[in-house]
Design a protein around this ligand. Sequence first.
Ligand SMILES: *Cc1c(COP(=O)(O)O)cnc(C)c1O
Length: 453
Amino acid sequence: MKSKTPYESNSDHLSPNRNIAPITTEINDEGALVIGGCDLPTLASRYGTPLYILDELTLRATCRGYIKALKNHYKGSSLPLYASKANSSLVLSKLVSSEGFGLDVVSEGELITALESGVKGEDIFLHGNNKSIEELSLAYDNDVTVVVDNNHDLDCLEEIVSSKPARLMLRLTPGIECHTHEYIKTGHLDSKFGFDPDQFEEVLLRLKNAPWARLTGLHAHIGSQIFELQPHRDLAVVLADALKLARDFGHPVDDLNVGGGLGIRYIKEDDPPSIDEWVAVISRSLEEACMERKLELPRLICEPGRSLVATAGVTLYRLGSRKVIPGIRTYLSVDGGMSDNPRPITYQSLYTACLAEAPLASGVETVTIAGKHCESGDVVIKRLELPPSKSGDVLVVFSTGAYNSSMSSNYNRIPRPATVMVQNGQSDLVQRREVPEDLIRLDVLPSRFGAVK
Ligand SMILES: *Cc1c(COP(=O)(O)O)cnc(C)c1O
């Protein structure tokens, strides 16, 4: 009774990052789009719009894709971490840890989310180029590994450490260029993150004379939304050299963390490697580099963020006003925009969308999907082919599971959308929608301004 959609671009269910739509996407007898067994027009009516949807099966399939690839390709032990900045919530922490993942966090808020959801401290890693004393203390008290970014981290840690040594990993700037947006590159030498290669020996020496510290790992992350495999090959070699040096200094380094960065398919033209290929390339080059240097294999840690959650998410909007500028452009405005998805205005990111009730209908016009914020740059999709549409129709924007909710704002005092997780025909609210009262709850009116009405 149900047919597949044109948005499913390959049948590799362990690598959803190569699809545009979640793996459970179908079309029902009424011709409407269905994800996780739930039809999208019904979800839009029930929960309101804009609405973030997360497909549980896609999330689990992606986790299993990483776990399986690591088992198949890497001879040593391994631990994948979810870079929770991509989309941090109690339900996502629980879900990925139930699949065998640890968690990366970069702030007190993300750390509390991970701990509250029941993830053990030893499976959590704290990143950041300017961690606060509070963040470091919370990490230390909970046996979280601190990924040391700079000497300031070490100065602060030295102050707070008491009886037990702190578990540390060192972040290196590997000096590797990759082709992605400038704002999401992190591996080149001119980066705010990590120790420069020429600081490395000095830090190893400092830690050798620091009984309060236990250096257990090395880390590097070269950037995000990367389609090339060569930079990851190069990274494995840089890290193996660093591993040799750290072990020569006598540090008990057993963890090598290669970061995240695998890209996903936002539009038809995107062609990222599969999870399996990415893990295979990293495993092979790390094994070779370790063999050449006669190093015992470290535990391989990787930290996917985007590729773990992006494809599992879609955003539902309702179409509102239409402005036709003859010969120039037709604007269709939706009830959200840059506050729920700041990626287009920040990185000129491209997205694909369709009408929830007519996903297969062919396009009759080219439109620009505009948001409702007071910014001309608030555009969700610059060029989209759409069938006939009217105000009130539900628009489905694909691959919004990563860096949408987590980067959302209240610009124009627009409440953030709810998030609903779907699975087997069931929908569960996993993050409630903000209401206008949420937006003024932190405002303080000094008494000389008179009472609030
Ligand atoms: C952002 C980030 C990641 C995740 O990157 P993705 O491209 O989303 O996979 C992993 N590690 C670190 C240190 C990061 O900052």
